[in-house]
Design a binder for this molecule. Structure first.
Ligand code: 5RP
Length: 223
């Protein structure tokens, strides 16, 4: 029986095969955030010198990449990335996701938007039939915490401030508990339109292109 850590490693290793396919001296790889992304970063070190470098979705991932000697570029210096590789907190069969458990949702969405393909790496426990059991993160500008919380209650969710947490952009995170999300694209649009919300953690309007889900029987690929 593989442990969850071993399953994450399997998913990260599977994503490295996608790097192999695109590796070239001018290739820049988009890199996500989280414990699964960390394993991918460690494996990416083997590509040092074979790719131009990376763009990171968080200060945490940027530091890990730099410590391994991989160049990290500012996104403004890069106009194309063939792939963005990141984990997820939940993913459904349409490859719509909830992300932001690590609080990096805004930068993740921005970096992913510049990549041609989003490769989601996770263990199979992240696959759900309907998104919403995992509390949905919102990055919120601090002056709007109360007004956004009231809006969340009107939508039927329970807003919980992530105490003591400040995002890389200097904002706060509200995690929405108990919100049913039958139509993820509509919910993403609605939440992103609330004044004071920087980004919501739904990645449905632009979901993953490929999911590499590690199971006890090997990688299950969803396209
Ligand atoms: C961070 C994220 C992560 O991708 C998500 O939380 C999954 O993390 P892990 O790989 O540690 O389970 O969205 O903001």
């Amino acid at each position: 029986m593989l442990t969850q850590q071993e399953l994450k490693q399997q998913a990260a290793d599977a994503a490295l095969k996608f790097v192999e396919d695109v590796a070239a001296p001018d290739t820049v790889i988009g890199v996500g955030t989280g414990s699964t992304a960390d394993l991918f970063i460690d494996g990416l070190a083997a590509f040092k010198g074979r790719i131009r470098g990376t763009v990171a979705s968080s200060e945490r991932s940027a530091a890990r990449l730099a410590a391994l000697g991989l160049p990290v570029f500012d996104l403004n210096e890069v106009d194309f990335m063939p792939i963005y590789v990141d984990g997820a907190d939940e993913i459904d069969s349409k490859l719509q996701m909830i992300k932001g458990g690590g609080g990096a949702l805004t930068r993740e969405k921005i970096v992913a938007s510049v990549a041609a393909r989003f490769i989601c790496i996770a263990d199979e426990s992240k696959l759900v039939t309907e998104l919403g059991k995992f509390p949905l993160p919102l990055e919120v500008i601090p002056m709007a915490l109360a007004s956004v919380s009231r809006m969340v209650v009107r939508l039927g969710g329970k807003p919980v401030l992530r105490e003591g947490f400040v995002t890389d952009n200097g904002n706060a995170i509200i995690d929405i508990h108990g919100l049913a999300i039958p139509r993820a694209k509509e919910m993403e649009t609605l939440l992103n339109d609330v004044p004071g919300v920087v980004t919501c953690g739904l990645f449905a309007l632009q979901g993953a292109n490929v999911a590499l889900l590690a199971t006890q029987d090997g990688i299950r690929r969803l396209d």
